[in-house]
Design a protein around this ligand. Structure first.
Ligand code: TMP
Length: 392
């Protein structure tokens, strides 16, 4: 049985950046969030066909952040050291930030967004530009199956989890390891990060819900690493139940215990989250209105998909945030989806131009504050809505 617990209003496609404000203003679905009370999987209620979201115009690049580059680099070293794989598959290889850490003949990427696949192929990597499913798994494992399958911030974007895990089960060697990382539901609730929900994030996993799903495909999690990236993520190490090379580790047991203690199996936790989200919305609007009264110049930093949820849910327009800065080429000079706020090319912040900066990319707070030290030292201020709206 499903129970809806959050309504984030009418929303556009989170990555549909247009030059024409009239196109970008279109809202196309109602963003509601529900929980499955059987396996405690949290998901959005109305989904968008994958072809509309993940196509040759997809703007997001993992390479825009140093934090992600470093995270992938460190993981690659760990994988080579701990598992000594001969062949690795990445599902959702984006612009190749993970696979570029490996020898070209030991890694294959799957990336349905053609623009990103083409970019990565240019660097000599083998990329299949298809959606991940059993047909593709059969096609790419004709010669050999994979020792490691890795997927970051992708599995939660695919509606049919049955199809995902059946294809993984087919493509993975008998004693192969599946590593997936995605935003953590517990962190999302603790941080009041309601902007983790948008059209592409169909699911926000917890260890509890993921374990329950994996069981159906004879997989089990044996290790969990908590990561700071993307606003708090979990990296799950998964094996077949029949694989006795690895034991279920303490990190898994501790994590499940922490999720149970926090109350991820109690519906009231989600009702309380909803209340906190409403308070967050009102506080953010109040904060921004206060700046407007004082005639302070407010802009946004990081035109993230997360910001799209926030701006549309809180109905924030260019009267409150004049424009956003972003480094992503495909977002620049276009409007933030659903609003009349323009994205401008990133330039180092200067106090003479700007007073207050809304941190859209709050998940890269440390990296951004480090970069903008000089603006802050001259009295420039950042604001965030995480975990509650405030001046940093
Ligand atoms: P994400 O939160 O979905 O990963 O998106 C991050 C966005 O923030 C992406 O559009 C790039 C942008 N960004 C900047 O503009 N400057 C930065 O320093 C960082 C870290 C990200």
């Amino acid at each position: 049985m499903y129970k809806k617990f959050l309504d984030l209003g009418d929303q556009p496609l989170a990555n549909s950046f247009f030059f024409n404000c009239n196109f970008s203003k279109k809202k196309i679905y109602k963003l509601k969030v529900k929980i499955n009370l059987k396996n405690f999987l949290v998901s959005i209620q109305n989904t968008i066909p994958k072809q509309k979201m993940f196509n040759a115009k997809y703007p997001y690049r993992s390479s825009t952040s140093f934090t992600m580059k470093e995270s992938f680099r460190k993981l690659a070293i760990k994988i080579l050291k701990n598992f000594n794989p001969k062949l690795i598959l990445e599902i959702g290889s984006n612009d190749g930030m993970f696979i570029k850490n490996f020898n070209k003949n030991m890694v294959i990427g799957v990336e349905p967004c053609k623009n990103l696949a083409i970019e990565t192929r240019k660097n000599g990597f083998k990329i299949f530009s298809n959606y991940w499913d059993l047909n593709l798994a059969k096609k790419i494992t004709k010669l050999k199956k994979f020792d490691i399958i890795y997927s970051a911030n992708t599995i939660t974007h695919i509606k049919n989890l049955g199809s995902v895990f059946r294809a993984i089960s087919y493509a993975l060697e008998k004693n192969g390891i599946l590593i997936i990382e995605d935003p953590s539901l517990m962190d999302c609730l603790k941080l009041n990060a309601y902007d983790q929900f948008y059209c592409e994030h169909i699911y926000i996993f917890s260890a509890i819900s993921l374990s329950s799903i994996l069981k159906e495909y004879n997989f089990e999690i044996f290790r969990i690493e908590k990561l700071k990236v993307h606003g708090g993520s979990n990296r799950y190490y998964i094996k077949r139940k029949s694989n006795k090379d690895f034991k279920i580790e303490k990190s898994y047991k501790d994590h499940i215990a922490a999720e149970l203690k926090y109350g991820l199996k109690n519906y009231t936790i989600y009702q309380e989250f909803k209340k906190r989200v409403e308070i967050s919305k009102n506080k953010l609007i109040k904060l921004l209105n206060g700046f407007k009264k004082k005639k302070l110049r407010v802009i946004g930093y990081g035109a993230t998909a997360k910001s799209v949820t926030v701006l549309n849910y809180c109905k924030i327009n260019k009267n409150l945030i004049s424009y956003f800065l972003d480094t992503t080429p495909d977002k620049i000079n276009k409007y933030l989806p659903g609003c009349d706020i323009l994205v401008k090319r990133y330039k180092k912040l200067k106090k003479k131009n700007v007073d207050i900066v809304f941190l859209g990319a709050w998940n890269f707070k440390d990296e951004i504050l480090r970069k903008e030290k000089s603006f802050i030292s001259k009295g420039g201020k950042f604001i965030t809505h995480i975990p509650y709206p405030r001046i940093l």
